[in-house]
Design a protein around this ligand. Structure first.
Ligand SMILES: NC(=O)c1ccc[n+]([C@@H]2O[C@H](COP(=O)([O-])OP(=O)(O)OC[C@H]3O[C@@H](n4cnc5c(N)ncnc54)[C@H](O)[C@@H]3O)[C@@H](O)[C@H]2O)c1
Length: 445
């Protein structure tokens, strides 16, 4: 079975590499020549645990290759995954131009040749309900040769950046949206190696499959906004959200994951997917009230910590230097798209602060956004030098148990703003820190 991946970003690269690891012949296509060149040399273009070793091994063993030539994929592959960007368009709806263009290009290639055969075109991008139908229509509108046949399948991806390889290799479920038994059988064949322990491959219609992805991400975002609201109220009433979180999370109907209060959710998926689902609801005349609340809470939560920092310095950060630990939107990734840390930094800059920042993996991606507007350190303690306060904005492991004596020694004042609740308030107080976190009283455990 020959597999092609069109779009070799976070999802495409992991998908292609993992299929190659299972023994499939995989060709990854991207329009970015530099990216393709780098990947051909076995150098990952993203930071993802476990990826480099698999990438190198599968290239060496001849199962994984990269190209900018879509025709090679069109004519050499049985299954073609579209793992293309679907960024928010003007009104929050997902921009489908990348997906539609690639589908049209594939159909044009097939139409303009004497090739005949059957292909499965798989939407792995997160796309609104109805996209599989739209893609099928685009492709059918091209005049394919007699004997050329295809199905369009929805196969949303649920991997989490940071543990993407592990998630892809052992998915909790695989969702396949198709009403074609021929396509479903091929999808089962290629995913069976990943679910040997019995996790299900759910085959459903295309629209339900597309909806499943948006419903999943919107539900997870709702959990985060919910616990952030609870944390804010805990501050008002003198409760400790850490205790409340544990108290509710042990109820199996609720579960303890995604119940961490902080500076809001970010990344390339949750904000855009909640917005896109809201937009779909609007288009169908349905007022999906929870989604507005989820987004509004998140907007407020993202800047709340910045507001606290600014007001603790009397309303202006002119002449103040703030050390920042953490730039990625979450730990274990270099991805800074919609990073809450970036939102906080923007607010601090507006208030006149100088920022000296460190992140274990997201310095390059942050430089591409902020350039010289902020300063960068080569290790966490360097950025503390002469800083008026430390703001911890991403929950990297290495920030969880730092050398507090060193922090105190280096900072001008022992002031720490913790946007991820990594430290215990009572211990910070005992060590002499002025400590602000989210939803916990100062004696909090
Ligand atoms: N990142 C995640 O954690 C994640 C998880 C699940 C689903 N998704 C969804 O998967 C999709 C892809 O997300 P991503 O994070 O991998 O995006 P990305 O931006 O990292 O990667 C997209 C890639 O597509 C390439 N590209 C653009 N146009 C192309 C074309 N015409 N032909 C070939 N390549 C082209 C780009 O150069 C880029 O390398 C999105 O719909 C996203 O919502 C992402």
């Amino acid at each position: 079975m020959h597999i092609a991946i069109v779009g070799t970003g976070y999802v495409g690269l992991v998908t292609g590499t993992c299929f190659a690891e299972m023994g499939f012949d995989v060709l990854c296509v991207d329009i970015d020549e530099k990216k393709v060149e780098q990947l051909k040399r076995g150098v990952p273009t993203i930071y993802e645990t476990g990826l480099e070793m698999l990438l190198k091994r599968n290239i060496k063993e001849g199962r994984l290759d990269f190209t900018t030539d879509l025709a090679r994929a069109a004519f050499g592959s049985d299954v073609l995954f579209l793992a293309l960007p679907t960024p928010p368009g003007g009104n929050g709806a997902a921009d489908l131009s990348y997906v539609k263009k690639a589908a049209g290009d594939l159909a044009d290639l097939w139409a303009g040749s004497s090739d005949s055969g059957y292909h499965v075109v798989v939407n792995k991008s997160t796309v609104p309900v109805g996209t599989a139908d739209a893609v099928r229509e685009i492709m059918e509108s091209r005049k394919l040769n007699v004997g050329e046949d295809f199905d369009v399948v929805s196969n949303p991806e649920f991997l989490r950046e940071g543990v993407a390889v592990a998630d892809f290799m052992k998915p909790e479920r695989v969702v396949v949206g198709t009403r074609s038994e021929r396509a479903a059988e091929i999808m089962r064949t290629i995913y069976e190696p990943f679910v040997r322990q019995g996790n299900p491959i759910l085959v459903m219609d295309e629209r339900s499959s597309e909806m499943t992805k948006y419903a999943a991400n919107s539900f997870l975002a709702t959990k985060i906004s919910f616990i952030n609201e609870v944390a804010n109220l805990c501050e008002e009433v003198g409760a400790n959200v850490d205790q409340v979180r544990k108290g509710i999370g042990l109820d199996s109907r609720i579960g303890n994951l995604f119940l961490y209060p902080g500076i809001g959710f970010g990344g390339s998926c949750f904000p855009k997917d909640v917005q896109a689902l809201k937009r779909t609801a609007d288009e169908y005349g349905y007022d999906f009230k929870i989604l507005d609340a989820v987004l509004n809470v998140n907007d407020r939560q993202r800047i709340q910590m910045a507001d606290r920092i600014v007001s603790s310095f009397g309303g202006s950060l002119e002449g103040k230097r703030i050390a920042v630990w953490g730039l990625a939107f979450k730990a274990r990734t270099d991805d800074v798209r919609e990073s809450p840390a970036h939102y906080v930094i923007q607010e601090l800059l507006k208030a006149g602060a100088q920022i000296h920042a460190f992140d274990p993996e997201a310095m390059g991606t942050t430089k591409a956004v902020f350039g010289d507007a902020i300063a960068y350190g080569s290790e966490p303690y360097e950025v503390l030098e002469d800083a008026d306060a430390l703001a911890v904005l991403t929950e990297w492991h290495e920030f969880r148990r730092p050398d507090f004596d060193r922090i105190k020694l280096k900072l001008k004042n022992p002031v720490v703003f913790d946007g991820r609740n990594l430290f215990k308030p009572h211990r910070m107080k005992k060590m002499g820190f002025e400590y602000t976190s989210v939803g916990r009283p100062e004696y909090g455990d």
